[in-house]
Write a protein that binds this ligand. Structure first.
Ligand code: ZN
Length: 137
């Protein structure tokens, strides 16, 4: 456990066709962000999600290839191997139902409205355990 103070809140708009994770990483590099909480909403046109399987110590991934509301995007930004690392989970939905998972890749289909709550200090992700790289807190 570790406590942080909030430094500032940055609002980021991600436009149609742009990839969510790389857009957030780029914004963090530009702004020098080393610790943050993320939340967001929008519409994705396609995505690759995953579920971590502890027995395999690996992710099982699956693809979504249709427009779905990005009903919830949440996660955090830490520093891994000297660069901002974004860990995000999503809930996507349409009239047929919803899917959720660890976001591997997601392309904006309409707009993405992302809040980056920058924290003071640095959050490091460098503890290796059971196939995962954990937050060092
Ligand atoms: Zn995850």
């Amino acid at each position: 456990m570790k406590s942080f103070d909030i430094k500032r809140v940055i609002l980021l708009r991600i436009d149609r066709g742009e990839e969510v994770i790389s857009s957030i990483v780029n914004a963090c590099e530009r702004e020098g962000i080393k610790a943050a909480l993320i939340n967001g909403i929008g519409l994705l046109s396609r995505a690759k999600l995953a579920v971590f399987v502890p027995e395999k110590q690996a992710y099982d991934s699956f693809e979504v290839d249709k427009p779905m509301e990005l009903a919830s995007l949440m996660g955090n930004v830490s520093i891994k191997d000297g660069r901002p690392f974004v860990h995000l989970h999503v809930v996507l939905g349409d009239k047929e139902g919803s899917v959720a998972g660890h976001l591997m890749e997601g392309y904006i289909g309409g707009t993405g409205e992302i809040a980056i709550l920058e924290l003071k200090g640095e959050l490091r992700r460098d503890l290796e355990k059971d196939g995962l790289t954990l937050l060092n807190i």
